[in-house]
Structure formats: C-alpha cells, structure tokens
Design a binder for this molecule. Structure first.
Ligand code: SF4
Length: 173
C-alpha cells in the first residue's frame, strides 16, 4: 500500500504560496492517497491511491528554490506518510534552504513511532519534519477556532523535541 518512487510524488495539487497552512508564506504539497476515511473529510478526492498525478521531484524542488519569500513547506493530503520515502528524498534535496517543515497526518504520533519500519519509512519523514499535525479529522470535535487544525483531537507536535525527550511535546503556534 505504501507508495514508492524515488523520482516522483503522486499529488492531488500544489499551492505555491499559502498563508493558511502554517505560519508565514508556505509552499504546500497536497499528496494523493489516504487510507483514513475520516467522516466529514473536506478533501475526499485525495483518497484514491491511483488518482491525482505523478510529478517529478526535481520540478517541485525548482519551484521551491525559485521563491526566496517562502518561510516553510507544508506536506498535506491525502496522507503524506504513505509516500514517506519520496517526500524524504525531496526534503533532503532542499535542506540547504532552511525552510521549516510541517507535515499533516491522519496517524497519531504514537502510531507512527509504533508502526515505523524499513518498508513504510515513517521515521525518515518524521526526522525531516519540524512539526506534525496529527490524528484523523473527527467531525464531532470540529472547531474552526483552532490554529491550523480541524478538530480538537488533533495536536501540533514538536517532532524533534518529542523524539529527544521520549514524550509528546506539543507546539504552540
Ligand atoms: S486524513 Fe485527512 S485527507 Fe485523509 S480522510 Fe482524514 S481528513 Fe481526509
């Protein structure tokens, strides 16, 4: 089920300049393919693993590097962790830009740590992410006042600090 490609990413879309997917001006990659089926999902067109389109990683990198105003990159979905390998390759290639990385995921942080292995490459993407917004969208916990989150069960987590300390460290925007 995990989607492997070292040269391409399957995307639902890209927004080259967004101010609503994290702090500052951000390049947003909406990955295609999601296994979570959250009730009330706003992007059902991103669920099909055969939908969207495959685009070369190199083309995305060129676009990112050509915009000096960007503060960060947001990986959204779909479920970015289903393409953890390809996204890790992309992030390695733009490491020198020092852009901060936010990754949205329907998995809980604990679940990613528990399930990570050489096949799914969850840890590779976690290690290249500064903040994850984790957990499925839960319609009964929907709250439009939350910063960059759709429902109150979702958390913004400082990934590096949480891995270092072995406990969840939530991030305040
Ligand atoms: S994880 Fe996101 S894209 Fe996937 S079903 Fe849930 S809300 Fe939709």
């Amino acid at each position: 089920m995990y989607y492997y490609n070292e040269e391409k990413i399957r995307i639902a879309g890209i927004v080259e300049e967004s101010i609503v997917d994290g702090p500052g001006l951000r390049f947003v990659i909406f990955t295609q393919g999601c296994p979570h089926n959250c009730k009330g999902c706003h992007n059902p067109q991103t669920h099909d693993f055969n939908g969207g389109e495959e685009i070369p990683i190199e083309g995305i990198i060129e676009k990112i590097k050509s915009n000096p105003l960007l503060k960060g990159i947001t990986l959204s979905g779909g479920e970015p962790f289903m393409q953890a390998k390809a996204l890790s390759i992309l992030l390695d290639k733009i490491k020198d830009t020092k852009l901060d990385i936010i990754t949205y995921t329907g998995f809980r942080f604990e679940e990613l740590l528990q399930k990570e292995n050489d096949e799914n490459c969850f840890m590779e993407l976690l290690e290249r992410t500064d903040i994850i917004i984790d957990g499925k969208f839960e319609e009964d916990k929907k709250n439009e006042n939350l910063m960059y989150r759709g429902s109150s069960n979702q958390r913004a987590i400082d990934v590096k600090l949480s891995i270092q300390t072995g406990k969840i460290v939530e991030y305040e925007f």
